[in-house]
Design a protein around this ligand. Structure first.
Ligand SMILES: [Zn+2]
Length: 435
């Protein structure tokens, strides 16, 4: 149920004296760290939350609430992803209180907060349950950068997830689902290449705050962070893939600005209370270390676009710049790939096609591999074993542009390919020297 803003405001003011929240929905997700339960409320509500042991329970008392739907039957409650939550019950301890009880399978640390309406969502009460566990057991095995001939580590971030479905196509295809499928294919494809390995930042249907996404990439000592998306655009005719990097100077186009605005909104939808008081300081620190990572990001973006152009018409053949929160990783080179437009009926269908997903994953892998063959970090397997690259000429290419993209001189490129002039034929295979 969506309330018009005017009505929501009146109810919110009214709730200061007597709240009358209705529960319209109940949803549950589980990620590797926690189980998240979300109660959809018709208005902001006063609530009390406490936990009980033997057996473990969370009790939420909503003041003066009416129960709009039955929690057991009518509300969506996905038991496959219910994590620590076993059952949900409700009752009325007195005539002004609606009590919701979550029966848990184990002891949990609980965090709860109220979210303001955004997008198609109204007020939401979010309850995060962190299972109590031995913290040492939770420490992950990290890749070792000191190891000789180490693999290049690529952190793959499937955009959105959980409460945040991302863009939705005409046939109700959800961005969060198709990008997760492509992310899994991308991981397979990267893991199959010698000298490369991938980690999935999100491996299921749950939401991860934007900052935590690149924090995880840093923990894995990633050489590259790739965020995958399939957005909607107001014009359903718009199609094709594009690659974005972070810009400190603002967006390179109106298109880039709009895409960044919707992506950055993701945290509000996904259910994170943003605390941005330290943003000024953070942005100063970011600037200091970003230059090198920015240059690398731009390099990867160019080779990935070139590779994607071999399989699909890209929206833009140049790298787009936009101010994405998710790309603000100070020391990890980062790109954001719009794999297609879910708002375009043809692409909506294609995005769901496992064959096309594999093809897209392979093209992104090729582009990433090309970049690291051109600029291998020291001590990596690729640095010791790289070979020359091959590139197939597509419509719109010029020899000068190819030379600049792969950072070789025109002279060397001509020499390597026995070219007498700068004329190139569409479909021709060019040898790109890497050393
Ligand atoms: Zn997106």
């Amino acid at each position: 149920m969506a309330l018009r803003p005017g009505i929501a405001l009146i109810l919110a003011l009214f709730s200061i004296t007597a709240s009358a929240a209705e529960i319209n929905g109940f949803r549950v997700w589980t990620d590797p760290e926690k189980t998240r339960a979300v109660l959809d409320l018709s208005t902001r509500a006063d609530y009390k939350l406490f936990t009980l042991d033997h057996p473990h329970r969370v009790v939420i008392d909503l003041n003066s609430s009416k129960l709009q739907a039955r929690l057991h039957n009518d509300l969506e409650f996905d038991h496959d992803h219910s994590g620590v939550i076993e059952t949900v019950r409700h009752g009325f301890p007195d005539k002004n209180t609606l009590r919701v009880v979550l029966d848990l399978s184990g002891g949990s640390n609980v965090k709860s907060f109220m979210l303001e309406p955004t997008g198609s969502y109204g007020f939401r009460l979010v309850i995060d349950l962190y299972p109590e566990k031995d913290s040492k057991a939770a420490v992950k095995q990290l890749s070792d950068r000191q190891r000789p001939n180490r693999d290049i580590v690529v952190a793959i971030d499937a955009g959105h997830g959980g409460e945040d479905p991302g863009a939705i196509g005409r046939k109700r295809t959800r961005e969060k689902d198709v990008v997760l499928a492509i992310a899994k294919e991308l991981k397979k494809s990267i893991d199959a290449r010698p000298g490369m390995m991938a980690v999935l930042i999100r491996s299921g249907d749950y939401y991860i705050p934007l900052r935590d996404r690149f924090e995880q990439a840093r923990k894995h000592q990633a050489d590259l962070f790739v965020s995958l998306h399939a957005d909607a655009f107001k014009n359903s005719k718009v199609s094709g893939s594009s690659v974005f990097i972070l810009s400190r100077r603002g967006a390179s186009s109106e298109f880039a600005r709009r895409i960044a605005a919707t992506e950055n909104n993701s945290d509000l939808v996904g259910g994170v209370t943003l605390n941005d008081k330290d943003d000024m300081l953070a942005s100063v620190l970011l600037d200091l270390s970003q230059s090198a990572a920015m240059e690398a990001s731009n390099g990867v973006a160019r080779t990935v676009i070139a590779s994607m152009r071999q399989v699909s018409n890209t929206h833009k053949s140049h790298v787009e710049h936009a101010n994405f929160m998710v790309l603000k990783s100070p020391d990890v080179p980062s790109i954001l790939v719009e794999t297609g437009f879910i708002s375009n009926p043809g692409e909506e269908q294609r995005l769901q096609d496992p064959t096309w997903q594999k093809k897209m994953a392979r093209a992104i892998t090729d582009g990433i591999q090309d970049y690291f063959y051109l600029s291998p970090p020291q001590g990596t397997w690729i640095a010791a074993n790289r070979k020359p690259l091959h590139y197939r000429v597509v419509r719109g290419d010029t020899l000068g542009e190819i030379a600049s993209r792969y950072r070789v001189s025109l002279y060397r490129l001509r020499l390597a390919n026995n070219l007498k002039s700068d004329n190139i034929r569409i479909g021709a295979q060019l040898l790109i020297p890497t050393t």
